[in-house]
Design a protein around this ligand. Structure first.
Ligand code: SF4
Length: 355
């Protein structure tokens, strides 16, 4: 394993040259020691600021159709046979979806992601989503819309582009070698085909991963380099939320430093891609979310598909404290200052100390 500072030098040189990074150097980033963590974050931060300046893209998810999926992705609370306590409902109407999206846009989101559970849409579903895209864009002119509807069949990506979708998300999730361990009802190649179909239809390709599912460092590097090969524009990085009632229940492998190394590795592998901090960030990064903003240039605001995220005001405070500016706003949100609270407990009082 190369020493991490040598690896970071080579990764920086590869980024400068627009060359593919070496997998062993990316693995060295994941294997780095806690004492080297700031070197790793700094190397990734240089690329983040070079390509995106001080901006943060805020994305807002609307789950158009939740639960009861016939597929068996092991990480997913909406999978076949899931006992997870999640909302289950069929398609929101275009008006209902637009109302949800408007809340996210009012909170600062510049991209709305319209998501549905299921293997993939029927042609009728695609038309229905087209009406929803129109309703979202009417209510919030200028907003980008990303559709995330599962595996696409011939012609569906083109039709979504005609109907006004700007982007299409379909995550690779994990490496090709381990894909069969997390899903038996479709293949890694099926997912690659859909990402390529979206790209070919002129939709901005968005595809990412989930960390913390038992994969190795080599698997994480493999999926990060796979996304580079697919030339995706944006990469959501999710950290597994091991819902009770799913096969990965009880799988807790991540800690905040590991999450930072994973984000940095993805950034170093894909210097100019939008790297999005996605589901699981509150649970796994906890107090280190502010450091993650030095690496990623994008976050999901609000709630996730089946789990609750932190309050939007807390996200805006994190962004303001980092001196970053949400895309579409001219200046950073105002920092929230806590009032100074004189001590009235502990030494010199009869009140229990703060310990
Ligand atoms: S296809 Fe999508 S909704 Fe269905 S189980 Fe897999 S990840 Fe979940």
């Amino acid at each position: 394993m190369p020493a991490v500072n040598d690896a970071l030098d080579r990764l920086a040189a590869a980024a400068d040259a627009g060359a593919a990074p070496d997998a062993a150097d990316l693995e060295a980033v994941l294997a780095s020691a806690d004492a080297e963590l700031m070197d790793v974050v700094a190397a990734a931060a240089r690329l983040r600021f070079r390509h995106f300046g001080n901006t943060v893209k805020l994305n807002y998810l609307v789950n158009l159709k939740s639960g009861l999926c016939p597929e068996d992705c092991g990480y997913c609370s909406q999978r076949l046979g899931s006992k997870a306590d999640v909302l289950k409902y069929t398609w929101l109407s275009p008006e209902q979806a637009a109302e949800q999206a408007a809340a996210g846009v009012a909170g600062g989101a510049s991209r709305v992601c319209l998501v549905s559970s299921g293997r993939g849409p029927t042609d009728l579903d695609v038309e229905r989503v087209g009406k929803t895209i129109a309703a979202v864009k009417n209510a919030a002119p200028g907003v980008e819309v990303c559709a995330c509807l599962g595996l696409l069949k011939g012609g569906q990506a083109e039709r979504l582009a005609e109907l006004g979708a700007d982007a299409y998300n379909h995550n690779l999730n994990t490496s090709e070698d381990t894909y069969a361990e997390i899903c038996s009802t479709h293949t890694f190649a099926d997912r690659v085909d859909t990402v390529n179909a979206a790209h070919g239809a002129g939709l901005s390709p968005c595809s990412g991963l989930i960390a913390g599912m038992g994969e190795s460092d080599a698997d994480l590097v493999s999926v990060a380099l796979g996304l580079r090969e697919l030339d995706v524009d944006s990469i959501p990085v999710n950290f597994l939320l091991p819902f009770d009632g799913t096969p990965l229940e009880g799988t807790w492998e991540l800690d905040p430093r590991r999450c930072l190394r994973i984000l940095a590795m993805v950034r170093l592998a894909n210097p100019s891609a939008e790297v999005r901090l996605a589901a699981g960030r509150e649970v796994h990064l906890r107090q280190m979310q502010s450091l993650a903003l030095q690496i990623v240039n994008s976050v999901f605001l609000g709630d996730y598909l089946t789990s609750e995220g932190q309050a939007a005001k807390d996200d805006l405070a994190l962004i303001a404290d980092a001196g970053l500016v949400p895309l579409g706003l001219e200046s950073a949100p105002e920092a929230v200052r806590e009032a100074v609270r004189p001590r009235k407990r502990g030494a010199g009082t009869e009140v229990a100390p703060n310990a």
